[in-house]
Design a protein around this ligand. Structure first.
Ligand code: KET
Length: 417
């Protein structure tokens, strides 16, 4: 009887509500800002949310080196699939850029590298790799960090732990607590660092501090994973910005890096990046690479071809490479001019708070110290958009908007003690 009833209901054609249990997901804290900004029709609105470079008129930029590389390539050359591991020439150039052409790891051919879907995809591949081969080891993330790091390691089912990084009172590095957390973590733990220009805080360890961290990592046998999304965006020089990576390499660590060309070449939508893992020898590197390829194959099969060609062309053509380095400097110096103007302008409006951190912090962002409620006021009363963490993308500020922003920041902070 019961079986008959079930069959009858099945035949009656009533449709099954497959997705009944699906509730709307929380919006992404960074990309939701762009959505809200676009929906706002106030003429004085400013978007300081997502970290994308803008020129002094607030316009998106295609770098001249990219335009010339396009011209040199002469249009689309191929639409064939790349290998699963991407363009080997791109991978090789990326590794040389980060590790140094003369580093032992590069010379001994023991860096396993695979082109991936920019920095995000590279982090995710590593997280998958970590879960396959070190399922018992958690990933330690700095507090705070780029919000998507939490999503990436969550979705790869890797246990997450955190370590102290930022000191809210001093608006600098909480080095003492960082070292304590590194020391107290179980031996052989994974730690994520931003190689430079930490997002969101704009605060990096000094060279001396990196050396101390590296030393302690040796003692603790920890594994350092570097997110390298801003190599060149901290100092204007990719060589200088590779210092942390090089210190760990020189100390003989086995490290891994997620490289991105989104910011440093302005190739956001082209999704160019690499994951690299330093191994003990060439044989191990080949094995690791084959596993990374096996992870990539069922997810996206192989990475996009065109951006890889552009990046490779820029990095290997001496004229284009120097043009890129010069344009990188222009971007960094425009951001630094904005840091100075913003700080000065807030001070000129009579703010009694200390705004030194605006000019002390480096990279694309300023971690203002504004509270979520103050950010809400900036959005609602002044149409100035930023993440609720108080992070602002400095590249979104222009000489024309800086005073409006400064006055608004002063307005929402002046009764604060
Ligand atoms: N790592 C860091 C530290 C980072 O800030 C970003 C992007 C990425 C990786 C990934 O970028 P990709 O384009 O996948 O190479 N950050 C900006 C954009 C975003 O959230 O995706 C941001 O923080 O605004």
């Amino acid at each position: 009887m019961a079986a008959f009833m079930v069959r009858k209901r099945w035949f009656s054609g009533s449709s099954i509500d497959w997705w009944d249990g699906v509730k709307p997901a929380a919006k992404d804290p960074i990309f939701a800002i762009t959505e809200a900004f676009l929906a706002d029709d106030c003429p004085s609105k400013i978007n300081l949310g997502v970290g994308t470079y803008r020129d002094e008129k607030g316009r998106p930029v295609i770098l001249e080196c990219v335009r010339r590389a396009e011209a040199k390539i002469g249009g689309v050359q191929t639409m064939e699939y790349l290998p699963i591991g991407g363009d080997p020439k791109l991978v090789q150039e990326t590794i040389k850029l980060a590790y140094g052409e003369n580093s032992d790891a590069v010379k001994e051919n023991r860096v396993a590298g695979i082109q991936a879907l920019s920095g995000t995809g590279s982090c995710r591949l590593f997280a998958e790799f970590q879960r396959r081969f070190r399922p018992e080891s958690p990933m330690y993330l700095p507090i705070p960090t780029w919000s998507n790091h939490h999503n990436i390691w969550r979705d790869a089912h890797v246990t997450q732990r955190t370590f102290h990084y930022y000191h809210h009172q001093s608006k600098g590095l909480d080095f003492g607590k960082l070292m304590e957390d590194v020391k107290n973590a179980p031996d052989s733990s994974f730690f994520l660092f931003h190689a430079c220009a930490h997002n969101p805080t704009g605060v990096d360890p000094s060279e001396e501090q990196w050396k101390e961290i590296s030393h302690l990592f040796k003692v603790k046998k920890h594994f350092p994973f570097f997110d390298v999304a801003y190599q060149g965006f901290a100092s204007g020089d990719p060589e200088k910005d590779a210092r942390a990576i090089r210190i760990f390499l020189e100390d003989g660590h086995k490290i891994a890096c997620a490289h991105s060309f989104s910011k440093i070449m302005g190739l956001y939508g082209l999704r160019v990046g690499c994951l690299s893992i330093v191994c003990k020898d060439a044989e191990q590197s080949a094995a690791v690479k084959s596993q990374l390829q096996q992870i990539a194959r069922p997810i996206y099969s192989n990475p996009p071809v065109h951006g890889a060609l552009l990046v490779y062309t820029i990095l290997t053509d001496p004229d284009l490479r120097s043009l890129w380095l010069a344009e990188l400097k222009v971007m960094v110096s425009r951001i630094n001019v904005m840091r100075n103007l913003l700080r000065k302008s807030i001070e000129n409006f009579g703010s009694l708070h200390n705004w030194e951190h605006i000019t002390n912090q480096i990279g694309m962002f300023c971690y203002t110290g504004l509270s979520p409620e103050q950010v809400d006021r900036l959005v609602n009363e002044f149409h100035i958009y930023m993440t609720r963490s108080g992070r602002i993308s400095m590249a979104g500020i222009t000489p024309a908007s800086v005073d409006y922003l400064a006055k608004a920041i002063h307005e929402v902070t002046k009764h604060d003690r």
